[in-house]
Design a protein around this ligand. Sequence first.
Ligand code: MN
Length: 193
Amino acid sequence: MNQLETIKENVQTYGLTDGICRGENLIYSEKTLAGLENIFVDEDKRKAMNQSEVVYRVEAYFPVAEGTEAGLFFGTSRINPGQVGDEYFMTQGHFHQKANRGEFYWGIKGEGVLLLMDMERNTRAEKVFPGSLHYIPGFTGHRLVNTGKEELTVGACWPSDAGHNYGDIREQGFSKGVFNRNGVPVLEDIEKR
Ligand code: MN
């Protein structure tokens, strides 16, 4: 018997330099400016832009069903370069539905910032670049910001029972944002909505 026949070809692959997930049980989603109401500080500016412009896309590998305890999901987020007013394009951001669940992010391509906000609304920022690794603890809201001129590509791995809580961010926002001030990304306080 040929021993190699017992070593199966893996149908699941991952592009180390582009984050492309290939194989089975993949899901794809995208977020346009139309779907990001009240996320950016300057809502009038957002409304005045092309509503079908894609701000970010997500591809993910779900080897188990959403909500499965003790499983893991794996994926890639791609945030396009751009701004709403002076505020860089970014993801909607979320806490986890099971709020104590953590997550890993890692930078693959481009440059950006990961905003992390605790339950007391203290927000900190970590630089994202190819090879940067980010541990997102539980009870921490997270949002990716593209401060560069090319796509920001970020890998992620999170528990399959974490879920997403977008509501708190949608209602209250983050306490800080990242703005282009004379070509330099600056972390600034945002007034509570
Ligand atoms: Mn998450």
